[in-house]
Design a protein around this ligand. Structure first.
Ligand code: ADP
Ligand code: MG
Length: 202
């Protein structure tokens, strides 16, 4: 099973992935976690450029294709083999984030994003996508570190991103749910577990 968690930074993805991993492992599953972009040598190098190398100018389309390249490598090198070995995969972000940030909020064609995405992933999509929905102002308050390249884009951009997640999550190909991420950590976890266990159960 392939599970993806998404939502703006500060929404609680890392926190919830950690809890979900423990829950699934306690049930006997072998769980492998990845982050997109990242989790391969190429992906981590691309991630560094995308998030931190502000000395490298990036046009919208090249930025989008770098995300796609990182994802293509993740699928080929790690994700598909993990699924084939029978592991449950949890991915911190996936194609949906690219559609939302570079398409809905970034102005690129949303149809192009989904179709280039299909090429990059070889058609692999999550069985389950969980969007953690949170007011960007609240999310910013949760983040302690300084803003990365994306976070410098400001609140209006993130309000559009938030809307984008709500609108596009139904197009991921698998089952999806939106969870109110302003709730406490344990409550969110229980809602995620309920959703995932229902899909695992058939
Ligand atoms: P993300 O991975 O989506 O950026 P994190 O899981 O790193 O988010 O959470 C960002 C910060 O907010 C962390 O300090 C985390 O402890 C805190 N946090 C996560 N979930 C909640 C929550 N439901 N309520 C309050 N704080 C939270
Ligand atoms: Mg995180």
């Amino acid at each position: 099973m392939f599970i993806s968690l998404d939502g703006i930074d500060g929404a609680g993805k890392s926190t919830q992935i950690d809890l979900l991993r423990k829950h699934l492992e306690a049930k006997g599953a072998t769980v492998v976690c990845f982050r997109d972009p990242g989790s391969t040598k190429l992906g981590e190098a691309v991630r560094e450029i995308l998030l931190h190398r502000e000395d490298i100018p990036l046009a919208n389309t090249s930025e989008m294709l770098l995300y796609m390249a990182a994802r293509a490598q993740l699928v080929a090198e790690q994700l598909r083999p993990a699924l084939e070995s029978g592991a449950t995969v949890i991915c911190d972000r996936f194609l949906l984030a690219n559609v939302v940030y570079q398409g809905v909020a970034g102005g690129l064609s949303i149809d192009d994003l989904w179709s280039v995405g299909k090429c990059a992933t070889g058609g692999l999509s999550p069985d389950a996508t969980i969007v953690l929905d949170l007011d960007p102002e609240l999310a910013f308050k949760r983040i302690q570190r300084g803003p990365d390249r994306l976070e410098k884009r400001g609140l209006d951009y993130f309000r559009t991103v938030r809307q984008g997640f709500l609108e596009q999550v139904a197009n991921t190909g698998g089952k999806s749910t939106i969870v109110d991420a302003s709730q406490d950590i344990e409550r969110i976890h229980l809602q995620i577990v309920d959703f995932v266990d229902r899909i695992r159960g058939g």
